[in-house]
Design a protein around this ligand. Structure first.
Ligand code: ATP
Ligand code: MG
Length: 582
């Protein structure tokens, strides 16, 4: 984990090293000031030497300015390194997410990926910045101040040693419990984020089902729990403060008492006593800082782990060594294919699929919900890899193709398709970024989208909102089909893509396909017999197996499921449907 994160700081190694160096400079300057102060008191004020006071005062100003500059530079470098690390982490995660297969995405939820890209990175950024600034500063302040005090008066300095030892033990004990609480806070934080994201993205459903109160309560509970945990953790941190202050003031009192006695017996100067008191504050403050660093690091540990998980995740689909760069034709062959989403599942989702589809054929796929129709077609463009057997496209195993080449030639209109925010033209050009306006329009005509686009106030320049919320379900489907058509693929797969389109338009789209792109192999998944009956052949899926494969007439004559669904949908035996039959 540490290695993964460190790899992302590499570029900022120099600034990361410069920060502690600057901080060290600041510490040294800060440490010199009490000595100068002491000298002003001893040799200036006590001796009435105004010239000495002015000279030393001037030196003090210079040293203070130097310290200030070092501090500012340190802060600047730390900010640069922190922001740089954050940028690199985000980039590394995002780049890796782009390589994720569907299987990888199933593994991380979308909301958790978003949280990791945002909140977790911010946590790391802050922790890294603070650590860079303080990790050097606090211990060095402490050590220098200790050494200085010992030089001035070993006897009085021993008071610090006792105080520091006491505080160190106290803080370790406090930290232990606090860390535990913080860990819990972050786990709950995760849960809350997930609930928020799930909710906000599905706000329409929440409203449709009047679940606002329930969701509110759920969220309030999550927030409340975090609040309580934070209070408990913070209470412990705050309790450090009074103890700390008690120790500081005890030290000051003790040093003043013994110091005063020593001044009377002439073994200590007033100036030295003043320096000692300043060091006292310095030492205890750095102890406080150290404890803060400790808290920061524990707080960001969970975030670091979550980020490293994303960066280290290996895509389950990889390009072969010497990929095939061209798809010869649109034929598809399934050779005894088994497939399951979960390698440990007892029963595969697809069982022994053995099919041969010729280039340019139109194939209908029909079957009940959950009969694995989508799973079947998703294997063709290698959205998932088969568990057993193999799939050939154009006579070549899909795993031998370059992934981009394969997916360019196998266009899928997914069942859960989405449009992106942008104009209609921009959305269409996801299919082919170089498509001319004319080509875009032609694809839309084929997909029966042209008419409604023309009616929109800004036509093809109409802005589609995120997720396509300002077009209807059927319009969205037609735009998605047009987008896939622009790829000019050898194989076109429509996964229930006309479910929200009226039957007449649906028929029109199919007719256009048959006339305009007859050489493209078309696979059409549908729940409606009318959508597939004109296909050359139809696959009837049942429970992950092929139950029948043939033309409409053949299936009507020889396939019970097909015949019964056909009869139910054409009005005879009206209440039959897949789920009842299977
Ligand atoms: N991403 C996934 N992870 C795990 N299991 C899945 C996933 N997608 C689908 N399944 C399971 O695989 C089986 C087949 O699902 P599939 O989506 O292929 O059915 P379908 O025939 O397309 O159904 P529908 O007509 O409702 O779209 C189902 O039992 C489902 O629970
Ligand atoms: Mg499906």
């Amino acid at each position: 984990m540490i290695k993964t994160l460190l790899a992302q700081v590499k570029e900022f190694r120099l600034v990361a090293i410069l920060t502690p160096v600057c901080m060290l400079g600041e510490v040294i300057c800060e440490m010199i000031i009490p000595i100068l102060m002491g000298r002003i008191v001893d040799y200036g004020v006590m001796a009435g030497n105004v010239e000495f006071i002015i000279r030393t005062g001037a030196v003090m100003i210079v040293v203070a300015l130097l310290g200030l500059t070092a501090g500012i530079l340190g802060g600047f470098f730390a900010a640069k390194a922190g922001a740089g690390l954050a940028r690199n982490l985000r980039k590394a995660m995002f780049d890796n997410i782009q390589t994720f297969s569907f299987l990888n995405i199933d593994h991380f939820s979308t909301s958790s990926l978003v949280t990791r890209l945002t909140t977790d990175v911010t946590n790391i950024q802050t922790a890294f910045m603070m650590t860079l600034r303080m990790a050097m500063r606090a211990p060095s302040t402490m050590i220098v101040a200790m050494v200085m005090s010992v030089i001035i008066s070993p006897r009085l300095a021993s008071i610090y040693f006792i105080a520091v030892a006491f505080l160190a033990v106290f803080m370790v004990v406090m930290m232990r419990t606090t860390t535990r609480y913080f860990k819990q806070v972050f786990e709950r934080y995760d849960l809350m984020n997930e609930s928020v994201q799930e909710n906000v993205s599905a706000i329409r459903v929440v409203k449709a089902y009047v679940r606002e109160d329930y969701e509110n309560k759920k969220f309030r509970n999550a927030a409340e729990q975090i609040y309580e945990m934070f209070i408990r953790a913070e209470l412990r941190i705050v309790s450090i403060s009074p103890v700390m202050m008690g120790v500081v003031y005890s030290c000051i009192l003790l040093i003043s008492w013994f110091g005063a006695n020593m001044i009377v017996s002439d073994t200590l100067t007033t100036g030295n006593l003043m320096s000692l008191l300043t060091y006292c504050m310095n030492i205890l403050m750095s102890l406080m800082m150290l404890s803060m660093i400790f808290i920061m690091i524990t707080m960001s540990e969970a975030s670091a782990r979550r980020i490293a998980e994303v960066i280290d995740e290996k895509s389950s689909l990889t390009n072969p060594e010497n990929p095939v760069m061209e798809v010869p034709d649109g034929s598809i062959r399934f050779e005894h294919v088994d497939f399951s989403y979960d390698p440990e599942a007892s029963e595969p989702v697809l069982k022994d699929i053995d099919l041969e589809i010729r280039a340019g054929e139109s194939i209908g796929i029909i079957g009940g919900t959950g009969s694995a129709k989508s799973s079947l077609v998703n294997l063709i463009s290698r959205l998932y890899d088969v568990t057993k057997g193999r799939i050939l496209v154009g006579g070549i195993d899909v795993r031998e193709y370059d992934l981009d080449v394969l997916r360019r030639q196998v266009a899928v209109v997914l069942q859960k398709n989405v449009l992106f925010s942008g104009t209609i033209y921009e959305n269409l050009r996801w299919g082919d970024e170089n498509a001319t306006d004319e080509e875009c329009r032609r694809a839309c005509v084929l997909a029966c989208a042209h008419e409604f686009i023309e009616k929109m106030p800004e036509g093809y320049n109409t802005y589609i909102e995120q997720g396509g919320t300002n077009v209807s379900g059927g319009q969205k489907q037609r735009l998605c089909i047009a987008r896939a058509l622009l790829r000019k693929p050898r194989i076109l797969i429509l996964d229930d893509s006309t479910s929200a389109v009226d039957t007449a338009t649906d028929a029109k789209i199919r007719k256009a396909f048959a006339e305009e792109i007859p050489d493209t192999t078309r696979l059409i998944i549908s729940q409606r017999i009318s959508s597939v009956q004109s296909c050359d052949r139809i696959i009837v899926m049942e429970n992950g197996r092929v139950n029948g494969f043939g033309s409409h007439e053949e299936l009507l004559a020889g396939n019970r499921i097909y015949r019964e669904v056909y009869e139910s949908q054409t009005g005879e035996g009206a209440d039959a449907d897949f789920d009842r039959l299977t």
